[in-house]
Design a protein. Structure first.
Length: 352
């Protein structure tokens, strides 16, 4: 597909979903001259609000594309970190492991990268690496994206859509509804990955910490954001409830306090929960972690097909792959379709 420049200026574009993928896509299209209208039931999206968040790939493929998107994200976030109102800042911290694994290749090129000295590691950890990355306060960052969209002339409507056909006529519809595509499309092959964070008062932390927990559903990380710290977390496959789980919260606090004892005296402020989407697991014939981008067109109607938000636990604010649909979008040439639209499809499917 060609670039977004091939869209007619002032063409009406509808973006469905107001999480970080939807808002980033909307901003890019609006800044390119399209008349962008965002439709979402929740503004901003609750799953994006629940992210920690720190730059870095997590359970997503294909590696070559993810590397490209990740580097683009890194460049953009470094620039955004110059403005405190964006919620982005460059922060030093440690990613550690309980096994002596080699560092991920994406980490070795980051500023300040070096192996940790044994004295820097918490008890029970055998390896770790220090580096500086963008840390993103998601509520502030999503507000920033909404301001950028407004400044570019975009509009936002809080509305529950029963189908994509209800989005109205448009040159392009981009579906960024994430797990909402289960019912909107519908696509019942999607499954939820439930995440929970606990937000506490900051006892004086200035650096982040993250454990490489592999595929475990119990995560360990903490991200300081001024007066607060976001503690993580969970990644419960197949669970989509957004009700706070007190037992999970106790476990999150205990894991974080074990690494950073100062957190024991922190006061719990809130629980943040979200459910991101994934495809069928490999064992069921699916490809749940590969990001795909493709158009789907039907005459005289909006094609009922999936547009899935490809964000993972630590990729919630990713600028690179969230911009991909906007960068590649263009109206599909062919017969005139008064009630139809070209749509961008985003789907996660790892190689089988």
């Amino acid at each position: 597909m060609n670039s977004v420049a091939s869209l007619k200026r002032e063409a009406r574009v509808v973006v469905v979903g107001a999480g970080v993928a939807g808002l980033t896509t909307a901003v890019v299209l609006a800044e390119a001259g399209a008349l962008v209208h965002v439709i979402a039931e929740q503004v901003p999206g609750v799953t994006s609000l629940a992210a920690g968040a720190v730059w870095g790939p997590y359970l997503v493929e294909p590696k070559d594309k993810v590397d490209q998107w990740g580097q683009r994200s890194l460049e953009i976030f470094r620039k955004l970190a110059e403005d405190p109102s964006t919620g982005v800042r460059l922060t030093s911290g440690i990613e550690a492991s309980r096994t002596a694994d080699a560092p991920p290749d994406w980490a070795t090129t980051l500023p300040g990268f070096r192996p940790c000295e044994p004295a820097e590691l918490p008890a029970g950890f055998s390896a770790g690496y220090r580096f500086m990355v963008p840390l993103i306060d998601m509520p502030t960052y999503l507000d920033y994206l909404l301001r950028q969209l407004d400044a570019a002339g975009g509009t936002v409507e809080r509305l529950h859509l029963a189908s994509l056909a209800d989005a109205g006529p448009a040159a392009l519809i981009v579906n960024c509804t994430g797990l909402g595509a289960q019912e909107l499309v519908p696509d019942h092959d999607l499954r939820p990955i439930r995440g929970q964070h606990v937000v506490v008062t900051n006892p004086g932390l200035t650096e982040f910490f993250s454990e490489d927990t592999g595929l475990s559903q119990d995560l360990l990380c903490f991200y300081p954001h001024g007066d607060t710290v976001v503690l993580g977390g969970t990644a419960l496959d197949g669970e989509g409830s957004l009700a706070p789980d007190e037992k999970a919260a106790v476990g999150i606090l205990a894991r974080c306090v074990e690494v950073e004892p100062r957190l024991a005296k922190a006061r719990v402020l809130e629980h943040r929960l979200g459910a991101r989407s994934a495809g069928l697991p490999r064992g069921a014939g699916g490809r749940d972690h590969l990001v795909r981008l493709r158009p789907a067109v039907r005459r005289h109607e909006v094609a009922p097909d999936l547009g899935q938000q490809p964000h993972q636990h630590r990729q919630g604010p990713d600028q690179g792959h969230a911009r991909a649909p906007a960068d590649r979008a263009r109206p599909v040439r062919g017969r005139r379709r008064p009630q139809g639209a070209a749509r961008v499809r985003l789907q996660q499917e790892p190689p089988g």
